[in-house]
Design a protein around this ligand. Structure first.
Ligand SMILES: Nc1ncnc2c1ncn2[C@@H]1O[C@H](COP(=O)(O)OP(=O)(O)OP(=O)(O)O)[C@@H](O)[C@H]1O
Length: 232
């Protein structure tokens, strides 16, 4: 049994059919990337996994527990955390308050010390308000807010978007450390180089269908697939 098993997932916005029989699996400790052009359905897949969008059919099993039909907060409590593209931190609260607040209702929690070990930059900035952080620091805080709840799996929606290359490099290193520490990660990214340096396996969505599935190494060796589905 894989940690995450998705099968036959169909999601709609109103009458628009967006996801068609999406299937994917993620093993424990794996980093998996979900790639695809703008509008391919990547964010909708994450929202469907989290119960923010209610799939009309299909199955999402985390650690053997069926999540389709559960509410978003119940899915989060089962151990799935989504880090939104827009980061969603509280600007008026300090870094530390943001982290503590995120962990409040979690059963298991990472101690603050462990968060700060992973993100020394956040320790340096622990008394700064969310609004005073750089884009990279905000992204670190958004990830920290998910981790503090000790999730079984985290879904990162475009974590590197809009960040300078040097910051992206730093975040890739942190994600790699997280993976080495056993954190299972699924990420959506436009930055193909950073993604392929991080992910072990990839899925490509095209018009709401899974069009390709392989290891990252196999995808790197198939520029025609990259060209066809990602237009790079
Ligand atoms: N709230 C919504 N209501 C109606 N249609 C939507 C909504 N959100 C997204 N869509 C449509 O659903 C399709 C898939 O969008 P989605 O955001 O999942 O794509 P994506 O692969 O994440 O792309 P992007 O990188 O642009 O976010 C697109 O055609 C989009 O226009």
């Amino acid at each position: 049994m894989s940690l995450l098993e998705v099968s036959g997932l169909n999601s709609y916005y109103g009458d628009s059919h967006i996801l068609f029989d999406v299937a994917m699996r993620v093993e424990k400790n794996e980093v998996v990337a979900l790639l695809g052009r703008n509008g391919a359905g990547k964010s909708t897949t994450f929202k469907s996994l989290m119960g923010v969008v209610k799939p009309r059919s299909g199955s999402v099993k985390l650690d053997g527990v069926e999540l389709v039909g559960k509410k978003a907060h119940a899915i989060a409590r089962q151990g799935m955390q989504l880090v939104h593209e827009e980061r969603r931190i509280f600007g008026s609260l300090t870094v530390e308050e943001n982290i503590i607040l995120a962990g409040l209702t979690a059963e298991n929690k990472w101690p603050l010390a462990r968060i700060y070990e992973m993100f020394p930059r956040l320790r340096d900035r622990c008394r700064s308000r969310g609004t005073d952080l750089s884009g990279g620091e905000q992204q670190m805080l958004a990830i920290a807010r998910a981790l503090v709840r000790d999730p079984k799996i985290i879904l990162l929606d475009e974590p590197f978007e809009g960040l300078a290359p040097v910051i992206v490099k730093d975040l890739v290193r942190i994600c790699r450390e997280l993976a080495q520490a056993g954190q299972t990660i699924v990420l959506i990214e436009q930055n193909l180089a950073a993604t392929l340096s991080l992910a072990k396996r990839v899925y490509i969505l095209n018009n709401g269908h899974i069009a390709h599935e392989s290891t990252a190494a196999e995808l790197k060796a198939q520029p025609e697939i990259i060209q066809r589905y990602l237009g790079v």
